[in-house]
Design a protein around this ligand. Structure first.
Ligand SMILES: Cc1ncc(COP(=O)(O)O)c(C=O)c1O
Length: 377
């Protein structure tokens, strides 16, 4: 209980810090597209939020999600964030005696949902140049068996930013089929990637895709995402939904407006994101002992290794926090490798990235001298 409250107060303090530069959660802080803002305002002004949305999502949005993902015939369920989609899938498939196989690092919350449902979580280490910071089909093959209920693949991987090729997705799909597992493809960051390939195209009857509007469209606080499934699996997962009264009406209007202007919007977002990555890359290269293990990152974030500079990630996070910039300690993602790195999000105004770069040399020096760091989450 004390931990829960400490954690909540940690985020409450961040949320109440005026002008905080959010560079730790891969959220998107580039000023909203006017069409998206207008859709939200129009929805609020019309009082649409007085009523519930349809339980599976507005039909126009469900169709737009499937169209955007390029998987004709699939079904989309609109959820309160990608996280709810993942919770639903874990509830449907995980139980005592099953395994939930993923990478390390991975996104940690689905591991929690799998454990809550009684499954054993198996994390395959991928952090290292030996495997190019990615899951190999051989490593996956060795980790699965007849007990495997779910293979959970975060692609692009958060925090590493690697993106799997068509051949790799095909190989993972074949392994899932052989062992009878569901391939859960978490595509939260796909819009920042080059050459991303949804697993539904390779496993049209035993894969699902989870999506988010938090990152590419900047709607994190509105809580909206989706689960896209083969038609034959849709009812199984939809039956596990807890948001049986539908997702936010205003968020769905924003999502629809966002999908309508997506090409234009993402051209802007990716130009800013890439420029920020280059700027941060150059700043990191100028400091002894810091390095970026995965370049380019296919996500809207970068992993920066701090080990060589002799500083603890938590110390650097605290130094930036004191200057009004939130970045993330590696241990949020992985106990095994978390002492090596911090993660910095790049879908932010260029002025934020510039400020990060300006402060970096002095805060690396300061972090070396910092011993007492309050708890971070
Ligand atoms: C890999 C991954 N999946 C899912 C999510 C959750 O997204 P949402 O905000 O849509 O719940 C996140 C958020 O950080 C994430 O990193």
């Amino acid at each position: 209980m004390a931990d829960l409250l400490t954690r909540n107060r940690y985020f409450d303090t961040l949320a109440s810090t005026p002008g905080l530069m959010w560079m730790g959660q891969n959220t998107n802080h580039i000023p909203t597209h006017p069409a998206v803002q207008q859709a939200m305002i129009a929805s609020v002004e019309a009082g649409e939020y007085n009523a519930y949305a349809p339980p599976l999502g507005f039909e126009a949005l469900r169709a737009a999600i499937v169209g955007d993902l390029g998987v004709p015939g699939a079904e989309a369920l609109v959820t309160e964030g990608g996280v709810s989609a993942l919770a639903m899938v874990c509830r449907a498939r995980c139980r005592p005696g099953t395994t939930f196989v993923t990478t390390d690092p991975t996104w940690k919350w689905p591991c929690l949902f799998a454990r809550q449902a009684g499954a054993e979580v198996i994390e395959i280490p991928i952090y290292g140049p030996e495997t190019g910071y990615r899951l190999t089909p051989a490593a996956l093959e060795a980790a699965v068996d007849g007990r495997t209920a779910i293979i959970y693949l975060v692609d692009p991987n958060n925090p590493l930013g690697i993106c799997y090729t068509v051949d790799e997705i095909r190989a993972f799909a074949a392994i899932a089929r052989e062992c009878g597992a569901l391939l859960v493809h978490d595509c939260t960051y796909r819009d920042f990637a080059e050459g991303h390939h949804p697993a539904l195209l390779e496993a049209p009857d035993h894969a699902v895709v989870s999506l988010s509007f938090s990152k590419w469209l900047g709607l994190a606080g509105l809580r909206i995402g989706a689960l896209v499934t083969p038609p034959a699996l849709f009812a199984e997962f939809a039956d596990q939904a807890t948001s049986v009264l539908g997702a936010s009406v205003v968020a769905q209007r924003a999502a629809m407006a966002g999908l309508a202007v997506k090409a234009e919007w993402m051209t802007t977002v990716r130009a800013i994101d890439n420029a920020n990555k280059r700027r941060i890359g150059a700043a990191v290269a100028g400091i002894d002992g810091l390095s970026i293990p995965v370049w380019p990152s296919h996500g809207n974030f970068l992993v920066i290794e701090t080990e060589g500079a002799g500083i603890r990630p938590e110390a650097l996070v605290e130094c930036f926090n004191r200057r009004g910039i939130m970045i993330r300690q590696g241990t949020y993602h992985t106990a095994r490798f978390g002492d090596r790195f911090v993660k910095v999000s790049t879908s932010v105004p260029e002025a934020w990235a510039e400020r990060f770069c300006t402060l970096l040399p002095e805060l690396v020096a300061e972090a070396r001298t910092l011993n007492d760091v309050p708890a971070q989450f």
